[in-house]
Design a binder for this molecule. Structure first.
Ligand code: SAH
Ligand code: SF4
Length: 432
């Protein structure tokens, strides 16, 4: 008989982190969408492409997928008919299934995506992806897990029991879905209608813009210019998949969203911050939310494992930081909890020496939460103090209001609606 001795750190880990309850089970006919060059080459091997040709063929498929946005094998005219037919027998080009789309009058769009789950009888796995267009950019907020490994007390996702890591393909798939739905591939025009329009939604702004011009945009890739990993889940607890996905998204021979325009948000998984710097190299956002360990232990329980000092040391060591490449510190505004001016002063002091931006996020309440959003007046004072200390401290006015419940009205809203608003608010805070 073997006895397992648990160390203190193992017990702590069990307390702040959930164990994934679900594993990904690949569909019988897997999709090539979201695969890396090496994985595409392997897939080609399974349909009998000789080893010497695989690299070149994989590059062709890669090009069709990530430059042209192909959704059928038939479109791949540079690939022989026989190979197309062989691929179509074993693979698809499917993206995550869009089960609902909402389009706001201001162009904000949200997609509810259904992902395969393992447990019969469980609700299907769903994640959301939010697109926020602005005059000079379009930001897509992407999820990394169904649920989250962690249990932050103010976060609705943290209360979910079920966790499943998204595959790299499902992460890349979210960007492909957005580009499909926005008509954001070369030669395309946006599809006309949302799958589930909301009662008040007007014509989609982007769609009308393109249609007015009278001819399709031949370049594509103009709408989704920025990606933020700020949807559901803790990206650094799904490290390999997030890394592989972001390297595909950033590849300038494909989707080509540069690393400077991709932001990975973490609640502070310290060892993986250094890894992210070395192996991914995107911009970093850190969910700080408190300036004292005692309070952060409560808001972000992972702080018990990786306290503020260790977290900020990891930030200081993040490669390539300059005033032009700064870390974004996210700070959710919780009434009477972390929103005093003394907290603001301590925040400024704490971040001294780190090239930083501070994003104040108005707390988005959800049914059953014990927290409230700070008063706007207090948020403004907090923001002003930080601004006067030399930090940009944007607080964004909510976008997509017609498809979101306004702050404070969420008690009567469904969980789904509140999840949408939460994500949109986070993404908005990131677009400055
Ligand atoms: N897990 C990662 C990324 C996803 S959460 C992280 O925690 O950083 C993205 C951001 O939204 C985080 O800063 C998170 O703290 C914040 N957030 C979570 N729930 C929120 C809520 N109810 N209101 C406002 N911001 C929230
Ligand atoms: Fe997970 Fe981020 Fe929510 Fe914390 S704030 S529970 S890390 S999604």
């Amino acid at each position: 008989m073997t006895t397992t001795l648990h160390t203190a750190s193992e017990r702590l880990a069990g307390f702040v982190e959930k164990t994934p309850l679900e594993r990904y089970v690949a569909p019988a006919t897997p999709s090539l969408a979201g695969l890396s060059r090496a994985q595409l080459a392997d897939a080609l091997g399974t349909v009998g492409v000789p080893a010497a040709q695989r690299k070149m063929r994989a590059q062709q498929i890669w090009n069709w997928l990530y430059v042209r946005g192909a959704v059928t094998f038939d479109e791949m005219t540079s690939v022989s008919k026989d190979l197309r037919a062989a691929l179509a027998e074993k693979f698809t080009l499917a993206r995550p299934e869009v089960v609902a789309e909402q389009v706001s009058v201001d162009g904000t769009r949200k997609w509810l995506l259904r992902l395969p789950g393992e447990t019969p009888g469980e609700r299907p796995h769903e994640v959301e992806c939010v697109y926020i267009p602005e005059t000079d950019r379009g930001t897509l907020c992407v999820s990394s897990q169904v649920g989250c490994t962690l249990t932050c007390s103010f976060c609705h996702t943290g209360t979910q029991r079920l966790v499943r890591n998204l595959t790299a393909g499902e992460i890349v798939g979210q960007i492909m879905v957005a580009r499909d739905r926005l008509g954001d591939w070369p030669g395309q025009t946006p599809p006309p209608a949302a799958i589930v329009p909301t009662p008040n939604s007007g014509p989609p702004e982007l769609g009308s813009k393109v249609r007015r011009s009278g001819k399709p945009d031949l370049r594509g890739g103009r709408f989704v210019t920025n990606v933020v990993m700020m949807g559901m889940g803790e990206p650094l607890y799904n490290f390999e998949a997030v890394r592989d996905a972001l390297l595909i998204v950033a590849d300038n021979e494909g989707i080509g969203i540069s690393k400077r325009k991709i932001t990975l948000s973490t609640s502070g998984v310290v060892p993986n911050i250094a890894r992210a710097g070395a192996e991914i190299g995107t911009m970093l956002a850190v969910s700080l939310h408190a300036v004292r360990d005692e309070l952060r232990d409560e808001l972000v329980p992972l702080n018990r494992k990786y306290p503020i000092r260790e977290l900020l040391d990891a930030c200081r060591n993040y490669p390539g930081l300059t005033n032009a490449k700064r870390i974004t510190f996210e700070y959710v505004m919780l009434k009477g909890v972390n929103d005093s001016l003394a907290d603001a002063k301590a925040l400024v002091k704490l971040l001294k020496g780190i090239p930083a931006k501070i994003n104040l996020i108005p707390f988005n309440p959800w049914p059953g939460t014990r927290y409230e959003c700070s008063d706007w007046e207090q948020i403004e004072k907090f923001s002003e103090l930080i601004f006067n200390a030399g930090y940009s401290s944007p607080v964004r006015t909510p976008r997509g209001r017609d498809i979101l419940a306004a702050c404070g009205q969420l008690k009567s809203a469904t969980e789904k609606l509140s999840a949408r608003e939460r994500m949109a608010l986070r993404a908005m805070a990131m677009t400055d």
